[in-house]
Design a binder for this molecule. Structure first.
Ligand SMILES: Nc1ncnc2c1ncn2[C@@H]1O[C@H](COP(=O)(O)OP(=O)(O)O)[C@@H](O)[C@H]1O
Ligand SMILES: CC(=O)N[C@@H](CCC(=O)OP(=O)(O)O)C(=O)O
Length: 287
């Protein structure tokens, strides 16, 4: 079959345009948080997996932290349990904690691992219990006990470093371990933010189900300062699941992560669009 020269040249042009970004980011750690809302179907997961495997193959070190809030919710409903959220955190009794550990550490983690391996990656799934990765203690939300919800006490990144050195892609479920070996449910954004800080990542990418942080008229906000964010929280423009996201993005950039991005994980190849274009997509938060 004769070569379609125009098409081949377009592919060559796209590849060479990506070259400066590939050079800039080679060897750099990128923490990518993949929210449960952005993994609604197999095509979405496959497209995400291709982006991550490509990042790895061109020399970056992607570390994936996944959520699974909607998946936990669906399973709890099947069991006749309704969830309550306070400040974006799921109130987690003992029975809910079992479901969280089953869904995040089991089904969701393995779906992401499997999708990455299907695309030619070598992914390894972990929870914060593995290798003592995430040490946690009970989180009190405004002084209130909301069950087995954890805050991070310490991250020991050695297991991640070993995996990276061996060419593996770590895929982390946001479950922490307490001092007595008990499991804690931790918001995935919080885990991603802290991990990005500990690893001194180049970027923290938070993939969700909105085009970014939206203002009052539905416009995508970008280049937000701490004061602007506090105002948007105070007047209710930022609420619910966006609260932990924006807070951990700010914490990450204040702890040395070069930039944090809240992007639409429903868009095909959103990760590559963010990494390989000057303008990027979604909401950028810089230190
Ligand atoms: N200002 C805002 N801009 C965008 N989304 C917002 C805002 N305030 C609240 N949200 C809510 O936050 C949600 C994203 O958080 P969440 O549902 O926890 O997603 P994920 O599962 O990706 O972590 C959005 O779908 C939206 O309902
Ligand atoms: C304490 C807390 O709320 N934990 C979350 C953990 C999963 C998560 O964060 O998932 P998404 O990123 O998909 O929202 C939960 O139980 O839903």
């Amino acid at each position: 079959m004769p070569i379609d020269l125009a098409n081949a040249q377009t592919i060559a042009r796209v590849l060479t345009e990506a070259l400066p970004y590939i050079r800039r980011f080679a060897g750099k750690t990128m923490v990518v948080k993949y929210g449960g809302n952005a993994m609604k179907d197999d095509d979405m997961i496959a497209s995400f997996a291709r982006d991550i495997v490509l990042m790895k193959l061109v020399g970056m070190n992607p570390v994936v932290v996944h959520g699974g809030g909607p998946q936990i919710g669906t399973h709890l409903e099947r069991l006749g349990k309704k969830s309550e959220f306070i400040e974006g955190m799921r109130v987690t009794d003992a029975e809910t904690m079992d479901v969280v550990e089953m869904m995040l550490g089991g089904l969701v983690n393995k779906a992401v691992v499997s999708a990455l391996n299907q695309q030619g990656g070598r992914a390894v799934g972990l929870t914060g219990k593995d290798g003592g990765l995430i040490r946690a203690r009970k989180l009190l939300v405004k002084g209130q006990d909301i069950g087995q919800v954890g805050e991070i006490e310490k991250i020991d990144p050695r297991v991640i470093n070993h995996l990276e050195a061996g060419g593996f892609i770590p895929v982390i479920a946001p479950i922490g371990v307490g001092e007595n070996g008990e499991a804690f449910n931790i918001n995935a954004d919080v885990v991603a933010g802290k991990l990005a800080a500990v690893l001194q990542a180049e970027k923290l990418l938070l993939l969700t189900n909105t085009p970014g942080v939206l203002g009052k008229s539905g416009e995508v906000l970008t280049g937000l300062t701490v004061t602007q964010v506090e105002d948007l929280i105070a007047d209710g423009t930022i609420h619910g699941g966006m609260l932990p996201k924006i807070r951990c993005a700010l914490d990450a950039v204040n702890s040395g992560v070069k930039s944090a991005h809240i992007i639409d994980g429903r868009i095909t190849h959103s990760v590559l669009l963010e990494l390989f274009t000057d303008a990027g997509i979604g909401t950028l938060i810089k230190g």
